[in-house]
Design a protein around this ligand. Sequence first.
Ligand SMILES: Cc1ncc(COP(=O)(O)O)c(C=O)c1O
Length: 429
Amino acid sequence: MPAPDYTRSRAYRAAACAHLPFGVSSTPRGRQTPVPVVIEDAQGVHLTDLDGNRYIDFTLGYGPLLLGHTPDCVQAAVSREMARGLRTATVHRGEAALADLLADCVPTAEQTAFVTTGTEAVQLALRIARAATGRLKIAKFRANYHGWIDNLHIAGAPDNDGPSTIGQDPAASADVVLFDWGDAVQMASLDSSFAAVILEPAAINPGCFAPPPGFLEAVRIATREHGIVLIFDEVITGFRLGLGGAQQRYGVLPDLTVLGKVLGGGLPIGAVAGRRDIMHDVASGRLLHRGTFNGNPLSLAAGFAAVSHLRIHAETLYPRLDAMAADLCAHVNTQAARTGIPACAQAVGSAVQLFVGTKGLTCIGDLTQVDRAATGRLTDALLQRGIYTLPRGLMYLGTPHDDADMATTRQALSEALETLRTPPTRQGP
Ligand SMILES: Cc1ncc(COP(=O)(O)O)c(C=O)c1O
């Protein structure tokens, strides 16, 4: 097929790099090849770039846009809120309104504290856990991602326990102990020196792994036995795996839940929700909770509108999204089996991960079998065919994806898989 024309995106990038490091505002966005395409317009789940190329979007803002880029309910709520003035850093009724709604939707959200990003929410959750227990140690799982702050931004891959970037302070993670996600037996080594265990209850970042049977239960039993605060990082899984997130889907209840992404309806947000007896000191002055943009009216209005919509339509919306994701995986796995191309896909809820280099993974440790370069070539080939995914092969489905979008995507996947037989040279951005 003829290569799409990216002339204007290339020219933008060349100019942008003058004053914007690497021409982007977040590292993964710079990984799109042959060039990070510059998006000019987004409607529903359809993107148009600066050169007029059109895409079906499966990044959905790296997860938050479960309702797409232009949900009526969110746009109307934000417009109404704008008309009342920005009211940044004031006390306003939107705060308690969203906290009340969360108490209704998320099984353990007795109280909720708002911040601006998922990363900040993780840090607040750690502080709450340490304050509640008077302990310092944190248990983290390899390849789980909890934002970019030094203390937890380590062990990004199952076979590398080190820092994720240059410039990190190794002392910041001195109190962090690493475990293997999915290994219930390892939970026996937790003891009463730990303040918290934090994990992705379904490991979307490592590649859409559902928790193995008994794993979350083992974490819950061990943390309860030793008085450790159990933190579910539901920044991705919250409102994506269902209205009550992973905790509702798997029936294991944490003490604290970190939320973000979908909760903001597409605007910046983070939140820590949890048990009243652990949360009650937050913001009191004993346990400082600060942030100029915490609970900003626009994000909370967007979040309230999005979550209200999800609550009304949950019974139909989530099964439909899950079925579409399962169908996409089945298509990839069938094509891979038919053609002999070593590739596979797996999903948790409406998050789908494509892998090249392996016919299937049973645990996070199997990620060492994945051919990351070839997975990148697959997503390049998809981009050329108008399918916009995260360069690492993660795809998020949203409510505006319709049958025609999915048929186009299946066709593009079939063609893109075929291109792997003769890998083209991958050009850097
Ligand atoms: C599980 C998880 N926790 C925390 C974060 C950090 O959230 P944010 O990017 O809003 O800071 C992310 C971001 O992708 C995430 O996936």
